[in-house]
Design a protein around this ligand. Structure first.
Ligand code: SAM
Length: 249
């Protein structure tokens, strides 16, 4: 069971729906007959029950309950199959990285970009990395503000990476790499910045401590590093409580 609970929520949600469906198929094989609406209701109830058992949060449970009704409503709709495939591929290309790493796509505000610029050391030739750069807003802004530095963004979702890459094309000192932030080597980095979620913070902090050189800086947008007190906290515009947490290594 603990193995299932360690799966990303999206996989647990799919597993819950698949198990619920398997139970319904078994019931039908045993000769039970219901109206279509009752089957859909049963699927929803079983999926909710299994989702709770798999430790999925309230938002997931709500979606799990709604999904069978949505599928039923669209079942006979004259929508060609390729539309679903295109939707799925589009969503996977933009949000795929986040689904499996449990980091959604949202953006730092312009105010955060400006305050981030103020937290860069003055030394020329500095190396900055945005770990999970989204559409590349911070990298493009900083590369323009500091032509003397080198700015790298790393992004796992292909379509998101493409947007960031196009956005940073005009800046010769900005580079956007497609891949996992966990494979980046932070040894030469002067400032590493991340706006992710609470989930990767312990691992990311351990990576920063292991790889970053003394005198470098790690900045987390809004998400705390468990049991670590930042050296500075800079409030920024954005969601409630948005802030830059600055750790000097
Ligand atoms: C909240 S957005 C932050 C965007 C940008 N850094 C900013 O401050 O506006 C987080 C991004 O990290 C990406 N991401 C999540 N896990 C990742 C991983 N392991 N490697 C690379 N990118 C990742 C997501 O796809 C998403 O685009």
């Amino acid at each position: 069971m603990s193995l299932i609970r360690r799966l990303p929520p999206v996989l647990r949600a799919l597993l819950a729906q698949a198990l619920a469906f398997t139970i319904l198929v078994a019931l039908a094989r045993l000769g039970l007959r219901f109206t279509p609406l009752i089957w859909v209701l049963l699927q929803a109830v079983l999926a909710v029950f299994l989702s709770r058992w798999m430790d999925l949060g309230p938002r997931w449970v709500f979606m799990q309950a709604a999904l069978p009704f949505l599928v039923r409503a669209l079942w006979n709709a004259p929508i060609p199959g390729w539309v679903y495939l295109a939707l799925f591929l589009g969503l996977a290309l933009v949000f795929g990285g986040g689904l499996f790493t449990r980091v959604p796509l949202y953006h730092a505000s312009q105010d955060a970009w400006e305050k981030l610029a103020g937290l860069l050391p003055a030394q020329p030739g500095l190396h900055f990395v945005d770990l999970g750069c989204g559409f590349g807003g911070p990298v493009a802004h900083l590369a323009k503000a500091r032509p003397d530095g080198t700015f790298l963004g790393i992004e796992a979702s292909p379509l998101t990476w493409l947007v960031a890459w196009l956005r940073c094309l005009p800046h010769a000192n900005a580079h956007i790499r497609l891949g996992s932030l966990w494979r980046a080597n932070l040894a030469d980095v002067d400032v590493a910045y991340a706006f992710l979620s609470p989930v990767p913070m312990p691992g990311l902090w351990a990576k920063a401590r292991r790889e970053m050189k003394p005198g470098s800086r790690f900045i987390s947008h809004s998400f705390e590093v468990p049991f670590e007190t930042p050296h500075r906290v800079v409030p920024v515009a954005g969601r409630d409580g948005a802030k830059l947490l600055v750790f000097d290594l």
